[in-house]
Ligand binder design. Structure first.
Ligand code: PLP
Length: 372
């Protein structure tokens, strides 16, 4: 049988990501591919760097996009900064904190875990207690926006505590970037990574990262080579930094970077604060409708992520049937529960281009019909 071209259905993506991609981003993706060392392309990479500095609210010179998804951004931070001689305090309140532990264990660094409740923010007092009990700790890592539960942690407070104990901070901002307040320099975040497919509403497959000067110094002064050749930032730095000095490291995902550039231009045009406010406004609107449908949030109101709304599946309702109904009848994707919430929760995303009135209205109408 001759296989035909693939035409995906037109879905509305309101799950935990990927989110709806803006039509402007999709059309940027279709622009002509040029060489990744072409001077025009290099100029665009410089602009991506500047736009990412804005999105992250940082002046960090080492700010760029890893050519791979958010998990690679996470691994980039861990493998470059850590060695077996380091002690890392990892705060866990969901699936992605567990992945941080996996990274630390594979590197062989010493691990201190701050066990948090799933569906709650990381408790600053628990981090403080762990640092008091482990004075040798030199890194603190946590997830700002836990996509598996919809909990937002107070990154500013956690970083401030980490700094009191002279620790470098590693922050997962995969779901937070562009959707909630994030201020890398002001909050003293040393290494941060994100993903293109959440509140930036770009296609999946890129991971913006940024390292403070202190973090860059740690990487440059390592006495052992980073175990991953591809993610070794001492090699990638030569590719992303230094006008006119770029040399081949790997073939950049040229068209995906056009898409990232466009998504960041859209963010800049809207304004970061306006984007945060829009996510909050759409969340408020969705929350009222979900409450009217009798759906309860997992996370207490003050710790809720606007862009990821996790609600408990009511007793007697078939999780899979409802999600299939939404997909088949409304072309609408919402997310299943993950980890401890598998089968128990739905995760309704309002990320980037998906955080719009029409999406909220569609989602509430479709859910109402599904729950009849
Ligand atoms: N960290 C968080 C908080 C996430 O939500 C995700 C993905 O959903 C990741 C890391 C991993 O990103 P990716 O799936 O792009 O590899």
């Amino acid at each position: 049988m001759t296989i035909q071209s693939f035409f995906p259905p037109q879905r509305t993506l309101m799950g935990p990501g990927p989110s709806d991609v803006s039509p402007r981003v999709l059309s940027a993706l279709a622009r002509p591919t040029i060489g990744h060392l072409d001077p025009c392309f290099i100029g665009m990479m410089d602009e991506i760097k500047e736009l990412l500095q804005y999105a992250f609210q940082t002046k960090n010179n080492f700010t760029m996009a890893v050519s791979a998804p958010g998990s690679a951004g996470m691994e980039t931070c861990f493998v470059n900064l850590l060695t077996v001689n380091d002690t890392v305090v990892v705060c866990v309140n969901g699936v992605f904190g567990l992945r941080m532990i996996e990274n630390v264990n594979r590197i062989g660094a010493k691990l201190v875990v701050v066990e948090g409740e799933w569906g709650r923010a990381v408790q600053p007092s628990a981090l403080e207690a762990a640092l008091q009990a482990n004075p040798q700790a030199n890194f603190v890592a946590f997830v700002h926006a836990e996509t598996s539960t919809g909990a937002l942690s107070d990154a500013k407070a956690l970083c401030a505590i980490a700094k009191q104990y002279d620790c470098l901070t590693i922050v997962d901002a995969v779901t937070s970037l562009g959707g909630v307040e994030l201020r890398v320099d002001e909050w003293q975040i040393d290494a941060v990574y994100s993903g293109s497919q959440k509140c930036l509403s770009c296609v999946p497959g890129l991971s913006p990262v940024s390292f403070s000067d202190k973090a860059v110094a740690v990487i440059q002064n390592r006495s052992t080579a980073v175990q991953s050749w591809f993610l070794d930032q001492t090699l990638v730095m030569g590719y992303w930094s230094g006008a006119g000095k770029r040399s081949y490291h790997h073939t950049a995902p040229v068209n995906s970077l056009y898409a990232l550039h466009e998504s960041l231009v859209i963010l800049q045009n809207e304004g970061l604060e306006n984007s945060w406010a829009r996510h909050k406004a759409m969340h408020d609107k969705l929350s009222v409708g979900l409450r009217d449908l009798g759906l309860d949030f997992i996370v207490p109101e003050s710790e809720r992520l606007p862009q990821l709304n996790a609600v408990t599946i009511p007793q007697g309702v078939d999780d899979v049937k409802v999600r299939q109904f939404l997909l088949n009848e409304y072309n609408l994707e919402i997310g299943a529960g993950l980890g401890a919430f598998a089968g128990k929760a739905w995760r309704i995303g309002l990320m980037g281009y998906a955080a719009r009135n029409e999406n909220v209205v569609l989602c509430l109408a479709a859910l109402k019909e599904a729950l009849k």
